[in-house]
Unconditional design. Structure first.
Length: 98
């Protein structure tokens, strides 16, 4: 399993969510990919979306995007990395250049 994470500028959220859905769809066709999915931590540090934060000093200028993925072998990871190389470059750009 792999668990990469990304720090994403808060105002890039809509564009990044679209990219994540595209990445998940692309990965569904990869041989030996067991799962691949993104989740994110709400920018206020609270995941119930009620608008209240447990930490008023929490930095609201970004959120954390987590990727959870698993493969049957190292070869399957290599295939995934080759398939997603340009996608990660795009994600990095969208996440940090708003």
């Amino acid at each position: 399993t792999l668990h990469p994470f990304f720090r994403v500028a808060a105002d890039a959220n809509p564009a990044v969510k679209v990219l994540c859905a595209q990445f998940e769809e692309r990965t569904q066709n990869e041989k030996d990919a067991l799962y691949y999915h993104f989740t994110w931590c709400q920018k206020d540090g609270d995941d119930d979306d009620d608008g209240e934060s447990f930490d008023p000093s929490f930095d609201t200028s970004y959120f954390i995007l987590f990727c959870r993925e698993a493969y049957t072998s190292a070869d399957a990871v290599k295939i995934h990395l080759a398939n997603g190389k340009s996608s990660i470059i795009i994600l990095n750009h969208k996440a940090n250049h708003h």
